[in-house]
Design a protein around this ligand. Sequence first.
Ligand code: SF4
Length: 251
Amino acid sequence: MLKILKNPDFIDGIYNYCDSWCERCAFTSKCMNFAMRKYKENIETDPQTGDSLSEVFRQTTDIIKQIIEAKGISWEEVVNQTEPETPQVDPHKEADKHQNVRTAQEYTHLYGSFLKNEQGFMKGKGVEFQNDLNKGIISVDEAEEALAQIEDAFEVINWYQSLIYIKIRNACQLFFEENLSDFMVEYYTGKAKLTLISIDRSIAAWLVLQVHFPEKVNKITEILFQLEKLRRQIEKDFPNARKFVRPGLDE
Ligand code: SF4
């Protein structure tokens, strides 16, 4: 466990601003979060390790305790800290009614209704490709490439649609918190950047679908409009987000 935590190859905090799509991530060997997850999975699947989850948690607490005490703060002080006073403004409520969060929610609904109403259209595309192949209009390679593009576009849209809502809500909620440290201001700026990147990638994926499904242009345009609106709002509300450099990922 300590060996994992002390790996010098790790990029500090990379997992704070990533899209959590580890299967597609080029930084798994530099990510403490990924290493910890693998370690936990190994413990759960291998009874021979002799290590248990409660032991992992105990070790983690010990390590945090050591880090805190190394900074000159007593562990007892941290444990006995009183709850902060309830703020005048409730950041959760403010976030829920913020235009960015509402627009993100609307995008999620649009995405859901698009999938629900268009369930058969992928099947239809398969039949269309088959007919075009039979007529010699397209080659097997072209059909395979088009299907791969469509599949990838769906995966991207699907992955980011929930992330967009979760990350922008998180950024907005922190924005309304009082007395935030510089680190936390950076943290929510980084979350806003991650949301912007998720929107950029989603827009690119929807455009791929628009090329392959010209008959759906009206619905896809409505969705693109929603994403563009959200992208502009976030850029206005978090003016430093685009400039934020995510450790490892943007360097
Ligand atoms: S940085 Fe990469 S490996 Fe680490 S949690 Fe994020 S996506 Fe997964």
